[in-house]
Design a protein around this ligand. Structure first.
Ligand SMILES: [Zn+2]
Length: 530
């Protein structure tokens, strides 16, 4: 396998902030590449650059057809008038639209080298949204053959080559395509055919497709998602490990008088306000935009759309650096019920998502709903507690419930009090999120850095009962002191204590003052007993 030209700076979930080194400089990821026509550009490239885009995508096939010789002579950067990074698609989209193109993958490989693309794509055979399995199989096979042809043909060592992954609606084919393509030495891999899946709101399928691709390509290579740069799905797809996107949506929406918002698009006619703080939306009123000539209106709308897309990408970058990508995905998931369903599916991939989630984070994690309990940080802490929880076989078992406020730990006062004075006994904190935590393990991240609303206090207690029973039986305690227990566990404990002939003392107190009082009472009891 060739040397990776991708460097990862920070990760959260499977999202990564990275740098991809190309002949025209380094591209920071996650990145979105606006798609521009090689010749007829509605938005000039200077504007795109000024907004902050370091890279664009254009079409090598159209370039070949329209200005073939000239582009080979002058180079693609001169043709489109952009000195940044240029990725070229090679006609796969035209294959999808018209069925065939009159060039071979080898020819498109040589041509992309001639015009000096920075990132070049194999002329693939997109599966699209086809429900025909035989067609999908064929597209995977032909794409793989084209990929091999490109690897055999390419000569230049500086251009980054993209290996396309197809399969569309057939997840096993996506996995197979990813597996086989990744045996070839590409610098990036790209998942094809998500556009229709997204347009028809099949976000759950999008999750499956990305997982199938991502788990079958090398981790040190970026994954590009073709034609999928939409603010609605970007947090989810970035969190699943997509590093690059391209999108023509900014201009297509503009031509359709659609205004892009962080959660979707709105028809210009339906808008009373321009809600975005970009230079276009602060300089014009909605009525001024509506009154413009069509061409100018498209230009301004497309410019706004680009500002919005750029801002969304920057926010995701910051979320990864902050360790708050989960929050971004969950927040965006509320924009559409179908996206929420996809988010629910996403939460089932905790094991996968754990790979990129740092063991320590500088910030607290916020939990809101039961889906958030599947966060890698929570699952990891629970596993660690279970692994390292070995009850002492002596003294009294003290179960101290922490329900005050929205944080895990007891008040600093009672914490100090308990930690210093109960050394001969086993103290367990009972947390609504992490269940029974031996006091020795409370420093594990993020036990004391977890914030949650009181609605998460009443969680299913079956596992909790089982854990309590194991600890009590293994520890062989003669006495249990329980403070502020939840009702279900209290009943269970009473039954268990009776059965095992253990003395159960129950001090229930409300609030933080009550918690301190209870701590004092626990200590008094222990002293009297010893
Ligand atoms: Zn705007």
């Amino acid at each position: 396998m060739s040397r990776s030209r991708f460097e990862v700076k920070a990760t959260d979930l499977l999202g990564r902030v990275g740098r991809l080194y190309t002949p025209h400089g380094a591209l920071e990821t996650p990145a979105l590449l606006p798609v521009v026509h090689p010749l007829n550009q509605e938005i000039d490239l200077d504007t795109i650059k000024r907004i902050g885009f370091k890279a664009v995508m254009t079409n090598a096939y159209i370039t070949l057809k329209r200005v073939g010789e000239e582009a080979a002579k002058r180079g693609i950067h001169s043709i489109i008038g952009f000195d940044g990074i240029i990725m070229t698609d090679s006609g796969g989209y035209q294959v999808l639209e018209y069925g065939e193109v009159d060039v071979t993958p080898a020819k498109m490989t040589i041509y992309q080298e001639e015009i000096g693309s920075d990132i070049a794509v194999v002329l693939d055979k997109p599966t699209g949204f086809s429900r025909n399995r035989a067609f999908a199989e064929q597209s995977v096979k032909e794409t793989l053959k084209a990929a091999q042809e490109t690897i055999n043909t390419k000569k230049r060592g500086d251009i980054l080559w993209v290996g396309p992954i197809q399969g569309g609606l057939f997840i096993d084919l996506v996995a197979e395509s990813a597996r086989k393509t990744s045996t070839l030495p590409f610098d990036l891999y790209a998942l094809g055919s998500p556009t229709e899946v997204m347009r028809s709101y099949h976000y759950r399928h999008l999750v499956k497709m990305i997982v199938a691709a991502k788990t079958n390509i090398p981790l040190n290579r970026p994954l590009h998602l073709f034609g999928a740069g939409h603010p609605l799905t970007m947090p989810l797809t970035v969190a699943l490990g997509c590093d690059l996107f391209d999108s023509a949506s900014y201009i297509l929406y503009a031509k359709d008088d659609r205004y892009l918002t962080p959660t979707g698009t709105q028809k210009l006619d339906e808008l009373a306000e321009l809600t975005c703080p970009c230079p276009i939306c602060t300089q014009y009123t909605i009525n001024e935009i509506k009154a413009l000539e069509k061409a100018e209106r498209i230009r301004l709308l497309a410019t706004h759309n680009l500002y919005l897309l750029h801002s969304e990408i920057k926010q995701l970058k910051q979320a990864i650096l902050d360790g708050r990508l989960w929050e971004s995905v969950a927040l965006k998931a509320r924009s559409h019920p179908r996206l929420w369903s996809a988010f629910e599916d996403f939460t089932k991939h905790t094991n996968l998502l754990e790979d990129g989630t740092p063991v320590f984070k500088k910030r607290a994690i916020y939990l809101y709903t039961k889906e958030d309990l599947k966060r890698p940080e929570v699952k990891r802490a629970l596993a660690r507690i279970r692994r390292d929880c070995h009850p002492k076989k002596k003294g009294t078992l003290i179960i101290f419930t922490i329900l005050s406020g929205e944080r895990l730990l007891a008040t600093p006062f009672c914490r100090r009090l308990l930690q210093q004075r109960v050394e001969d006994h086993q103290l367990l904190y009972l947390s609504p999120i992490y269940r029974l935590i031996p006091v020795e393990l409370t420093e594990i991240y993020p036990l004391s850095q977890t914030l949650y609303p009181s609605s998460l206090h009443n969680l299913p207690t079956k596992t909790l009962h089982k854990e309590a029973k194991r600890i009590i039986v293994e520890g062989g305690y003669k006495q249990i002191i329980a403070v502020c227990l939840n009702k279900h566990l209290h009943t269970k404990l009473t039954t268990l204590a009776n059965k095992l002939n253990i003395k159960l003392l129950d001090y229930c107190r409300e609030g933080s003052k009550g918690q301190n009082d209870a701590a004092q009472e626990v200590l008094r009891t222990i002293r009297l007993a010893s």
